[in-house]
Design a protein around this ligand. Structure first.
Ligand SMILES: [Zn+2]
Length: 142
């Protein structure tokens, strides 16, 4: 069994040689496929199911095509384009996650002067905050 698994792994590695493989865009496509697939399972309306089935089939084919593609430079360029187009969204997600992770120890305020967000440690009572960007000063309870 162990031998068989090792052999399968070797064959897989050989098969993937010179092919593009996984990247951010493919991970996104895979996530999209999973969401569409689950929606297809959950939504009981036949017409919607059909559309979702076509959509998730299309998405998984695009992902497989990209993964198995030998045109590595073209796939790489597509991934860069994807990362470039989604930079703003990914940044917003990162910031929100950080705020959520920090929620026990910090509060976030918007500077009334310039709108810059300022992070202040919690539990210090009334504090005077000086904006690091525009030096405006304001008071808050933390
Ligand atoms: Zn400011």
């Amino acid at each position: 069994m162990r031998n068989l698994m090792a052999k399968l792994g070797d064959n897989m590695r050989r098969f993937m040689m010179g092919r593009y493989g996984m990247d951010d865009l493919n991970r996104f496509l895979y996530g999209t496929f999973i969401v569409l697939f689950l929606l297809e399972l959950l939504i009981p309306i036949a017409r919607v199911k059909m559309v979702l089935n076509i959509a998730n089939t299309l998405v998984i084919f695009i992902e497989l095509f990209r993964m198995l593609s030998r045109n590595i430079s073209k796939r790489y360029a597509e991934n860069l384009k994807f990362l470039d187009l989604t930079a703003g969204i990914r940044r917003a997600f990162r910031i929100n996650k950080k705020k959520f992770d920090d929620r026990k120890d910090y509060r976030y305020f918007k500077c009334p002067g310039c709108g810059q967000e300022v992070r202040v440690p919690k539990g210090k009572g009334h504090v005077r905050i000086t904006c690091p960007k525009c030096r405006a000063s304001f008071e808050k309870k933390v």
